[in-house]
Ligand binder design. Structure first.
Ligand code: C5P
Length: 220
């Protein structure tokens, strides 16, 4: 069998989404962006008028919220809430600033981890990325990678991604501010046992993909 599960974790701005997606495409694998699930659930709760600090209400809401993320790396990612497309809406700062309320909810995490494991199990080959894939969601993955980059490199990339229109302060608040909140939940800054660290600070996109594919090839 050529079943393959690749787990990739990393901080925001590390390039893990674009790198994982392109690696998935080249590996003939599906691609799961677990951050998109946290974002979509956050938006769904806000749309439903839920108080995000009400942890029980948020957790109870998730199973019926019908959040779906597309997993074909060759197609633009599509995220839906009960059939309604929210692909772009979940990237708004309004959502980014509030997603940690869901990510810090232990019961919500448990439910999302379960849904993510279902997605992984339903694909023969898949690359899944997030913050806790190598440690919690798929600790038994064939290849486990922590994609890191210096703070400087991450700020530069996120700035380019946002069109170079943001001030340095605003970028730093978005990138390092969210990382600080996120690192309270899961440790994605140091590699767990058996997880390979890939530092992309001095690598371009193609070099980073090649390095990731080399790690996968060495592991399987
Ligand atoms: O990857 P992305 O930046 O889109 O993730 C959005 C947010 O979802 C993160 O800031 C984090 O709070 C949460 N998240 C998480 N665990 C994951 C993926 C994302 O807590 N596996």
């Amino acid at each position: 069998t050529d079943r393959l599960v690749v787990a990739v974790d990393g901080p925001s701005g590390s390039g893990k989404s674009s790198v994982s997606r392109e690696a998935a495409r080249r590996l003939g694998a599906a691609y799961l962006d677990t951050g998109a699930m946290y974002r979509a659930v956050t938006l769904a709760c806000l749309d439903a008028g839920l108080d995000l600090t009400d942890q029980d209400a948020v957790a109870a809401f998730i199973p019926g919220s019908e959040v779906t993320v597309s997993t074909d790396p060759a197609q633009p990612q599509v995220v839906r809430i009960a059939g309604r497309e929210v692909t772009e809406a979940i990237r708004e700062p309004f959502v980014s600033e509030r997603v940690s309320a869901v990510a810090t909810n232990p019961r919500a995490r448990e439910i999302l981890v379960g849904l993510q494991r279902d997605v992984i199990a339903s694909h023969r080959r898949i690359v899944a990325e997030g913050r806790d894939i190598t440690t919690v969601v798929a600790p038994d993955a064939d290849a486990r990678v922590l994609l890191t980059a210096s703070e400087e490199a991450r700020l530069r990339r996120r700035g380019l991604q946002l069109g170079g229109t943001q001030s340095e302060e605003s970028l730093a608040a978005q990138v390092t501010g969210r990382d600080r909140k996120d690192s309270a939940l899961v440790n994605f800054t140091t590699a767990a046992d058996g997880v390979v660290t890939l530092d992309s600070s001095d690598l371009d996109f193609e070099q980073t993909i090649q390095a990731l594919l080399d790690i996968v090839a060495a592991a399987v």
